[in-house]
Design a protein around this ligand. Structure first.
Ligand SMILES: NC(=O)c1ccc[n+]([C@@H]2O[C@H](COP(=O)([O-])OP(=O)(O)OC[C@H]3O[C@@H](n4cnc5c(N)ncnc54)[C@H](O)[C@@H]3O)[C@@H](O)[C@H]2O)c1
Length: 356
């Protein structure tokens, strides 16, 4: 397989997960890292034998020949850095979200198309074996027609040093966690047509690294999506979950049975299927997918590099990421206004087959 030249911008926590995953792929040649905290870029360059280390993305884009930029910077830099890279004719994989603003996200997709390159964003749940098992169960008809689904992921919320932004405007549990559930549910049931939601701040102050801060972003969200054809899904997420059973966090209920996913969308567990009539107790739950070993949430950029190397269409799409962004923004609008909000974007669905 040919190697795709990859550069990584943002050498913080997440880069520690991405870089080893990228490095082990036969399709990846890591050629540059970039961070204004230069010692971080230099340390990665030494650890992973990467030729170039930069402090400035403009310099990186001018001086190094590469195909795929992996954007692991803080959220406010996602859109401007994605724009710079696309304008320079580079493919981009970006940590979530591709942009904070819907118009900008859509403009970035158009820019990618104009330059003949791709723009993709986390989360990467649809490439997991768990997601594929769930897709197969749905397409086999084993649980009948699905009109009912749920996703619920929450915890007590970040409190580590530097985590205050999760509670500030532009942060919140929906963008941090709800995004995973929404990517899974729209991937399985299709694009959303409209949303109604409630979102609020339950805990008004948080202590981050010993300092008390006022909370400005949602820490408790519940939303309902209309996927068309009278199929509705409910997503709940928050930073107010003292605990949660995770024997199912996603559930789909069909006319002939039901299916659950254990674990979390970033670390999915087993898939169980019930076939038969629940009321007469004629069916039974069966595990159709054991806990997978090979999927890790930080594998999305590697997957894109491998698709570029093989010249195959990835099943992840920027359009899906932008659709989920629109759903989240529309949910917050619905929560504020009390109105149902229409969703205008869509994405190629059913998702393209996963290339091996
Ligand atoms: N931490 C997690 O568990 C996690 C999980 C999934 C996704 N994410 C997302 O990944 C992204 C990165 O998260 P993180 O936890 O690694 O953050 P981080 O703060 O640890 O790292 C961000 C890095 O970007 C660098 N940076 C800042 N300005 C820059 C610039 N102008 N040019 C280049 N680099 C610059 C910082 O110096 C830092 O090293 C965020 O969007 C976050 O939401 C984080």
């Amino acid at each position: 397989m040919r190697k795709v030249r990859v550069a990584v911008v943002g050498c913080g926590n997440v880069s520690e997960k991405y870089l080893p995953h990228l490095q082990q792929s036969p399709a990846v040649e890591l050629v540059a890292v970039c961070d204004p905290l230069y010692e971080r870029a230099q340390r990665h360059a030494r650890t992973y034998s990467i030729e170039h280390a930069f402090q400035d993305i403009d310099q990186l884009l001018v001086e190094v020949d590469f195909e795929l930029l992996v954007n692991l910077t803080p959220m406010p830099l996602h859109a401007p850095f994605n724009r710079k890279a696309l304008e320079a004719g580079r493919n981009v994989w970006c940590e979530k979200p591709i942009a904070a603003d819907l118009k900008e996200a859509q403009a970035l997709l158009a820019l990618a198309q104009q330059h003949g390159v791709g723009l993709w964003g986390a989360p990467s749940g649809p490439i997991s074996p768990v997601f594929q098992s769930m897709e197969q169960v749905l397409s086999s008809g084993a649980i009948g027609n699905v009109y009912v689904a749920h996703g619920i992921f929450g915890w007590s919320g970040p409190s580590w040093p530097g985590s205050a932004w999760f509670y500030q405007k532009g942060g919140g549990s929906l963008f941090d966690l709800g995004v995973y559930s929404l990517t899974m549910l729209t991937g399985l049931l299709g694009p959303a047509q409209s949303v109604v939601a409630m979102a609020g701040i339950a805990v008004r102050e948080r202590v981050i690294a010993g300092e008390t801060i006022a909370v400005e972003a949602d820490d408790n969200v519940a939303l309902i999506l209309d996927h068309g054809n009278t199929a509705y899904s409910v997503t709940q997420t928050g930073f107010v979950y003292g605990t949660q059973r995770n024997d199912w966090t996603i559930q789909l209920i069909g006319t002939e049975g039901a299916m659950t996913m254990a674990g979390y969308a970033w670390d999915p567990g087993e898939v169980r299927v019930y076939q038969g009539d629940h009321m007469s107790n004629t069916g039974r739950w069966e595990t159709v997918q054991q806990e997978p070993q090979e999927y890790v949430w930080q594998g999305g950029a590697t997957y894109i590099a491998e698709c570029l190397a093989k010249e195959v269409q990835p099943r992840l799409s920027g359009a899906h990421a932008v659709h989920v962004l629109e759903v989240m923004l529309a949910a917050l609008q619905s929560a504020q206004t009390g109105q149902r909000v229409q969703i205008t974007s869509t994405f190629p669905w059913p998702l393209p087959a996963l290339e091996q």
